[in-house]
Structure formats: C-alpha cells, structure tokens
Design a protein around this ligand. Structure first.
Ligand code: ZN
Length: 783
C-alpha cells in the first residue's frame, strides 16, 4: 500500500503530462504487487474470532465484566428473548421521503454521541442473550444465540471501525473510537465467559443435535476460539495467558508507534538529483553560508546557487519506495536505502519481546511454537505444511529468479558503464527493474491510465456483476445523514429472481485524515433470519485514489484498477454470501483462504475481454488497444520469479521468527540475513534491519504465507473456470456455488477439491498446501 501512495504523485504526473517521454515516468506501474498485502483480512475477522478482535485493538482490554443492569431494573422491552430468527439488521429501509436517518442507515447514529448508546445497547442485548443461554439445553438454539451475540457486537465494532478510519468529523472519530474500546473490553469478558464456553462444549459433545455441516463447524470453531484464549486452563495459567495477551497487544502498539515516530531522514543536495515528479514528497531546504541547513525564506535568499538547494527526505515507506524507483543517482539511492532500512532501531528490542511473549503463550496453550498455534485453525494446520510449501516454491523458482537477477545486473551495466559489480545492489533493484520494463515494452503509465476514468472502472464492476451473476449493480440514492462524506456512493446488488443481494458503499478518493490505502469493510454480515430470508450484507470499499481536480475526470493507474478489483473480490465474497450464521459470512473464513476471491478478481484487470468493454480514453473515447494490454501482460511476467521469491522470503521470515525457539541464529537480523542468502540472489546489507518496519510480523504473526496460498488457489480457479469464458453466467455460477456463497461455512479444503479436483491440494503431515503448478505456469516456469 505504501507504493500505492508513493505513486499517487505519479497519478497527477500521469494525467497532466500525457505523452511524457522521460523514461523514468514510464515505470511506475510495474505489474507486480508491492509486498504489502491489503488490510482487508485484518479488517474482516471481527465476526470470526472474538479473541482476534481483542488482539487487534490498539487499547489494552480490561479483563473485567461489564456493568450489567440488575434484572429488575431493566426496561420492560429488554426482557430476555430467545434468539432472533426475527431479528432485523437495525438499518432502516430505503427512505423515500428523504427524512434524516443516521450514519450507515442506523437511526441511533444520527449524532456522533449515538455511538455510546449503540455500544451500550449491544452489551445489554448480549447480556440478555447470555442469560437465555444459561437456561438452554444443548441444541441448535445455543449456536444461533452465540451467533446472535456475535452479530450484535460486530454490528457496533464494524460500524465503529469504518467510521474511525474514514469519517471526516472528529467527533464521530472520537466517539467511534470510544465505542470500539468499550466493546473490545466487553469482548475480553465474553472470551472468558464460562457459561458460554460450557454451552458450546455441551453442544459439540452432542453431535446429533447439530443437523448441518455449518452448525457443526460453528460449534467447533467457537469452542476452539475460547480455548485459544486459555479458558480451559487452571486459573493461574489462565491469568498468565491473559497477561501475555495484554503484553502482546501492548508490544504491537509499541511497534507501530516506533514506526511512526522514527521514520529516518537525510538531506540530499542538490535537489536536482531528485526527479521533479516526486519532489512534492520532500521538504525543500537550503544550505546556508555557515554550513547549517535552513528552510526559511531567508535561507532561500542566502543560498548562493542551485547547488545549495536541497531536499530533506523523510524515509517513510512511500517516499523510500519512490526514491528507490525513480532516482537515477545510485549513490543517492544507496544513502536513502541505508537510512530507510535502519529504522526504527527500538523495534529490534520490541520484536524480541514479542517473539518471547507469543512463544510463552503458545506453550501455555499446549503448542510447541507460536507458528503451531497460529496455523492450527487454518487450512495449513501446521508450520510443516507451510514450510514445505514455501521451500518447495523457493527451489522451483530459484533458477529463473537467478536468471532474472543476472539479466538485471547486466542491464544495469549497459545503462551505467561505470558499474563494476556483476551482481545487483539491493538499492539498485527497483530502479533498474522499472527502467528495463519501460525500455522493453515502451509502456507509459500515464498513457495507460488515460484509458481508466473512474466512472468507467465502476462500469467494469457492473459488467462483472451482470455477466457473471446475472445481477444489476447500480447506484441508489443515499438518504440524508446516511453517508459520511459527499463523495460516498451507495451501490445496490440485485438479482432479477432473487431480489436484493446486498449493498456496497464506495468511498474512493483520498482526503486528509482518511486512513491510507485501500480496504474492504464489513458493516453487516449475512445470516439466515427466517426460512427464506437472509440478513442482507452491507459492506464498504474505502480507497485513496487521487481526488478529482475539477479540470479532468479522475482516472486510475492500472495498478489502482487491479487494487479496486481486488477489493471488489472481497466485497463480492461478502455480498454473495448466503450463510446460516454471520460468524461465517463472506470474508469471515480462515486466513489462508480469505484472500482467494480478491486475488481471483485481480485476474480480470489483465484480461482484454473485460478491459475492452470499459477501458476507454477519457478524452477521445478510444478503446484501449489490444497491443497495449498484451505489452502490460508481458511486462507483468518479466521478473515475476523474483517477485514471487520476495514473497516466499517474507513468508519464511515470518514463519521462522515465530517458529521454534531459540531462533536458528543469534538474533532476528541474522535470521533474515541467513534466509536471504539461502533463498535469494540479493545480499543482505550489513547494518540494516528493514524488518523493524515489517508491521505484518505484528498483525499476521506466522500468517503472511496466506497470501501465497490464496494466490495459488486464485491462479488455479482462474485457469480452470474463468480463462475460457471469463464473463459468462456459467462461470459466475461455478464461482458462486463453488465458494463465494459459502464464506467460511464450508471446509475450504473440500471446496477447493470440489472446484479444482483432488490435485489442487497436497496433503502434508497435518493439513494441506496448495498445488503451485498454475502459479508457476503464470510466471513462465511450467510450459
Ligand atoms: Zn485483500
């Protein structure tokens, strides 16, 4: 995502400098994804694991119960009610009279302070349901009641999560933050609630009463979620587990704070060594006569000539990435690389503590390592499955990746004849990769972008919905007060015979205060509410595309089109869900499967049969040339083994650091240097420790491999079901019936075997790993 932000400067460059011949401007779209996965998975787990929710909050949860009103003091309308087959979403129906309704259609959110009542009501309602569970014999009703609690608290948490990340009004942000914290604290209490645990265990021990596979999965995952918090442990061990969870949360926050506080900086003179297109990311400075650096008007006057004019580079990820891609001076790249990869040093200590705390927690819970604990509920089930998958992939791609590295090194010597080394330096890789692609394929990101006006890209989403699922995807009016910003659009997905399938809010453009990056947010999960009715899913896509400037229609770089399709894949997973329980709605599935729909829909961004239907030049209306799309695909394949190798390395680092202890080298930096040496052709640079900014070690601990798992599944699904007729109702039907409608309700391994055949999965000692053949074919390794 950092690279997406970095390139934003190039979006405006692209739109204002069409026809620019400077090669450096041709490279921003590289055809590969930056090694930062989207944050959707992290944002979608709320319905899945109560404990996961707690571990992701930025505040320290308190392990005490909520203040519950005494029974007698409750208002009459809050009498315990069993379950909620008739429970409605709380969202108001379309408002034809245009009266004011609340945020996201929740009446309670007409004002920011409504979040207080929203959170308290959810807690009150949950307590009523808990009391009803006390009286229940083991039955399906127990599982429904648990799902009801999950739906109730997730409704608040999900609304608060979207609000605090996107709302321009500070009061709404503050109130949603408070509501989040309050519900997170309550979740901590729920996670260790003996009545709920006992009820779930009772149900699981009476399998005959669970009449569907989904109900059996629900009982099992709920019980496992409780036990992963240590509820079954003796009190002393449980207390230690709770303390460790708090410590892990605190360390995660500290890691993030250090990243924000210590971003690294250096001054570059003269400013002219930095391309104008990225200078806006830096602060102008001037060297004064006495040798000091200044940035006042006076300094500018004192500066004798241009050589005294420089730039202060803050090496936060976006700027760092842009410098490494676009600055032609190798020495400048080297200096910026060294600074950007050596901060924040304090996180070396934080990471050591985090590894220690996670390891102790895992051992308390009966696992040999944190990686074992993290993979237990996933498709992989064990670190062995993951490691064998990654090492096998590493061996298969090594030869091609080495060839690519050699080719890049030779190309760099052709460009810069003064270079003597035969290998490529880490700070040269990104620059020469971009330049090589630009020269080979004569592609200009600005020209490509001119075929993707935003409105046409939304048209692409409509085309996919109609062609694949026979559904309309149309803008519908927003009621006053429903949206959080004037730019927000509301879309309705509607099937001709099935009726409404769900709603999607689109919040596409960047603005101050909005979270960076692109993500899918769930507002309402799907669940059955009567024999024939489902609670309709409601989701939002929040992106950070360059806002319209008033002169030209907003356009997207091709990699932004790919990102939009990726997030739309998440949205379709949610919107097409028809699950009994919201616990399994859409993206609420195991981590190593949840990115499959999103990565599948990325394939559509590269297929001419769809691109030719919506890619039209924003000035002339010309359809994007087929030859251009072919070149884009060729450029994507170039250096693709290196790109996969990088992902394999990151996943191996993540698995090793949270694997068995002690670490196989003296410290985390040495582990990474060893892995890099073993699995890549690019050396580790002494003195650097880039992993102190690899936040996924905190948020995904031993889960980063999930992106490669999903990528393999997506590649296989595309080739087996979509490639021949990508825009066909039968294709859509296969995708929908095969996995999209089931969310996490079905065993993903079974779904993949049914969809792709038995060869799609390879059994490990425990769990499975995906077949890599199709991914390797895509990068040109298998004929
Ligand atoms: Zn994603």
């Amino acid at each position: 995502m950092q690279s997406r932000r970095a390139a934003r400067g190039l979006i405006s460059t692209a739109s204002s400098n069409l026809g620019e011949r400077d090669e450096l401007f041709k490279i921003p779209w590289s055809g590969w994804r930056y090694p930062t996965p989207c944050s959707s998975a992290a944002r979608d787990v709320s319905g899945r694991l109560w404990r996961t929710l707690v571990s992701k909050v930025g505040s320290e949860p308190v392990a005490t119960g909520p203040k519950v009103e005494p029974e007698a003091a409750r208002p009459a309308d809050k009498k315990p009610q069993i379950l909620s087959h008739d429970y409605r979403s709380g969202m108001k129906a379309p408002n034809l009279r245009k009266e004011m309704i609340g945020l996201y259609g929740y009446e309670i959110l007409k004002t920011a302070k409504g979040f207080r009542i929203f959170a308290q009501d959810a807690i009150d309602k949950s307590e009523i349901i808990i009391n009803s569970i006390r009286e229940m014999p083991p039955s399906m009703d127990v599982i429904r009641a648990m799902d009801d609690i999950s739906d109730t608290v997730c409704t608040v948490v999900d609304a608060a999560e979207l609000c605090r990340n996107t709302h321009p009004d500070k009061e709404y942000v503050e109130e949603s933050n408070h509501a989040s914290m309050k519900v997170y604290e309550y979740l901590q209490y729920l996670n260790s609630h003996p009545v709920l645990y006992k009820a779930v265990v009772g149900v699981e021990e009476s399998p005959d009463i669970l009449t569907t596979e989904e109900a059996r999965r629900a009982a099992k995952t709920l019980r496992m979620d409780f036990e992963r918090g240590g509820i079954h442990l003796p009190s002393e061990k449980l207390k230690r587990a709770n303390d460790l969870n708090l410590e892990i949360t605190r360390l995660g926050r500290e890691f993030g704070e250090h990243m924000m506080r210590d971003q690294g900086q250096l001054d570059i003179f003269p400013a002219s060594v930095i391309p104008k297109s990225i200078q806006h990311m830096m602060k102008p400075i001037w060297a004064e006569k006495d040798g000091r650096v200044g940035w006042s008007r006076r300094s500018k006057i004192v500066a004798a000539d241009d050589s005294n004019m420089g730039l202060r580079v803050i090496t936060e990820p976006a700027t760092l990435s842009s410098v490494l891609k676009y600055v032609a001076d190798s020495e400048v790249r080297r200096r910026v690389y060294m600074v950007g990869h050596s901060v924040p040093k304090a996180n070396l200590r934080v990471l050591d503590h985090l590894i220690g705390a996670r390891h102790e927690l895992a051992q308390l819970l009966g696992y040999n390592s944190y990686a074992e604990f993290a993979t237990a509920p996933t498709m992989a089930e064990s670190p062995d499955a993951v490691i064998s998958f990654l090492e096998d992939l590493s061996i298969r791609i090594r030869g091609k990746a080495d060839e690519e590295t050699k080719m890049l090194a030779e190309f760099s010597k052709q460009v810069d004849t003064s270079r003597s080394c035969t290998s490529i330096n880490p700070w040269d890789e990104s620059y020469y990769a971009g330049l090589l692609k630009a020269r080979t394929f004569d592609l200009n990101a600005g020209v490509v972008a001119s075929y993707f006006p935003v409105n046409q890209c939304i048209e692409a989403l409509r085309i996919m919905c109609h062609s694949l699922f026979g559904a309309t995807f149309e803008q519908v009016p927003l009621a006053p007060g429903e949206a959080w910003h004037p730019a927000v659009q509301k879309m309705s997905l509607r099937h001709s015979s099935e009726g409404d399938l769900g709603h999607l809010y689109l919040d596409l453009y960047a603005r101050p205060g909005k979270f960076p990056g692109c993500a899918h947010f769930t507002l309402k999960g799907c669940r059955r509410i009567s024999e024939s009715d489902y609670q309709l899913p409601v989701v939002a896509l929040a992106c950070n595309f360059a806002a319209p400037d008033g002169n030209t229609p907003p356009i997207l770089n091709h990699w932004e089109v790919e990102t939009l399709f990726h997030e739309f894949g998440h949205a379709l997973h949610s919107l097409l869900s028809r699950t009994e329980f919201q616990h399994f709605s859409g993206t609420r599935t195991v981590l190593d499967f949840s990115e499959t729909p999103s990565q599948l829909f990325e394939h559509y961004a590269w297929d001419y049969r769809l691109l030719s239907q919506f890619g039209r030049h924003y000035l002339t209306g010309e359809i994007i040339p087929e030859k251009m799309v072919a070149s884009m695909n060729d450029a994507k394949r170039m250096l693709s083994a290196t790109e996969v190798q990088r992902q394999v390395l990151y996943a191996l680092i993540d698995m090793t650091l949270f694997g068995k202890q002690p670490l196989p080298a003296k410290d985390t930096t040495a582990v990474i240097a060893d892995l890099k040496l073993k699995h890549t052709g690019v050396r580790h640079v002494e003195g650097t420790h880039w992993h102190t900014r690899f936040n996924h070690l905190v948020s995904y601990g031993a889960g980063y491999y999930s992106y490669l798992y999903a990528r393999c599944f997506a590649a296989s699904i595309w080739h087996r079901h979509c490639k021949e007729n990508p825009l066909d109702l039968s294709t859509g039907d296969n995708l929908r019936q095969g996995f999209l409608m089931h969310g996490g309700a079905k065993d993903p391994s079974k779904m993949m075997r049914d969809l792709l055949g038995d060869d799609a999965l390879i059994s490990a000692t425990a769990g499975v790993r995906p077949c890599t053949e199709q991914l390797l074919t895509d990068i040109g390794l298998v004929a």
